[in-house]
Ligand binder design. Sequence first.
Ligand code: HEM
Length: 153
Amino acid sequence: MDLTTIILVQDSLARLRPERETAVVLFCLRLSELDPHLPEFFSGEVAGHGRQFWSVIEQWVNDLATPQFTIPAVKTLGEFHGRQGIRPFHYHAFGQALLWTLAQLQGEAFTQAVADAWTEAFYLLVGLMKEAASCTPDAPTASHTPPRPPKET
Ligand code: HEM
């Protein structure tokens, strides 16, 4: 990612910090609409995963200029998800819910350039997770079908 794109995402995230809890709630609500079957995956509440998801996003965005330090943890997370039966198509709804949440909270500040920058940052992260998961040989098969056609990166 180039520096301009990184700064766009980091500024956007910084503006969101006071509304972090609201962001997590909105994200989880939107995700439940996009994929009503998601709770089937979780032993705990979907909201708990929402907070974990958001923490990873924050760390990933904050470290975008030096991703080499974050990438090993992201790959481990991808392998973990692979073993949980999470398949590439499952990530699409997460990306949609994230962008929707940002648009709700940032209004006019969420320009097309900011949206594109977030999309690039998110799918860079997801690409690493999917790649790591594909190297997980004993991953079980997912139990439900995707809410919409998969979007590969
Ligand atoms: C960028 C996308 C995602 C991020 C950053 C993320 C982040 C996380 C984190 C940090 C954990 C905790 C890992 C641990 O305890 O070691 C976790 C657990 C989990 N994630 Fe994700 N996740 C993502 C996508 C997904 C997707 C697409 C699904 C399923 C549709 C999913 C399902 C789960 C499940 C089932 C767990 C285990 C926790 C439980 O059973 O409650 N995640 N995720």
